[in-house]
Ligand binder design. Sequence first.
Ligand code: NDP
Length: 303
Amino acid sequence: MAEPASPAKLIDGKVYAERLRGQVAEEVTRLRREHGLQPGLAVVLVGEDPASQIYVRSKGEHSLAVGMHSVIHRLPEDTSQHELLRLVAELNVDPLIHGILVQVPLPAHIDENAVAGAINPDKDVDGLHVVNAGRLASGQPALTPCTPAGCMFLLRETLGDLTGLRAVVVGRGRLVGRPLAQLLLQADCTVTMAHSRTRDLPAVCREGDILVAAVGRPRMIKGDWIKPGAVVIDVGINRVPFDDPVKAAAGRPKVVGDIDFKSASKVAGWITPVPGGVGLMTVAVLLQNTVTAARRQAGLEAA
Ligand code: NDP
């Protein structure tokens, strides 16, 4: 590992997300030209959750921008699980759609696992179907959840070969921590998964050449939990009130990560900001997963 820079170098998610989207756009152009294949993405939104509406709009805009076929289904909050599953079944057999994403969280009356399980695993561009989770865990090619795959892109761009590095992942959620640990293992890291029951978490974190936080607790990980020079990836998205009373009074929250950026950036070698880090990668990987799914469904690549 390189010596720590002071302050840490920023891993700019905007730059890397643009790069990945550029690669995807080139591949879409090539697929259309050489194979007459236009990758298609369907995004389904149930209800009016404000953050979900922003994410879904962004997914639609970016998929169009790279030349994909893009469809957004906006369903009312009181859509029944049966109606949602019927739409998923239609999309599963729609030849123009290669990737299906049902935005979470879903309203409380809908079972997210039942919906994830109803998506054709070959079109499961969110990588949440148990078939894809199983493929990932057993080291087979899988459609991988977008945020962890985005973290891997950033780590590879920053460090190159990850072989033999100690990686500590804090958080074992099914969206991020768990699949990311599998990806780091596939990249030949020595992986520790930490969680709410981990003893002496600061000491465990200090072992990591790579430290990833996917917890959902604002600024939990402090500078003195970090190995000097480590690469720190902050997945957390937490909305907290502004310190400035004028901004706080305006009502809009501030977005911060799980890492205490101020103290961490004095110790880490590289660090992702929040916002402007991992979050921007998620949509870019979704587009990449849709291209991968389209190629496999067209028989251009092994499943
Ligand atoms: P989950 O709720 O699924 O998982 C949170 C994990 O954090 C759990 O494993 C939990 O442990 C662990 N945890 C909670 N408190 C502590 C603690 N005090 N010490 C150590 N570990 C703790 O969350 P997600 O994985 O879905 O999301 C995590 C964060 O990432 C959130 O802030 C979310 O908003 C963000 N996120 C960001 C995305 C992006 O695009 N940037 C995409 C998805 C999520 P245990 O299992 O023991 O309960």
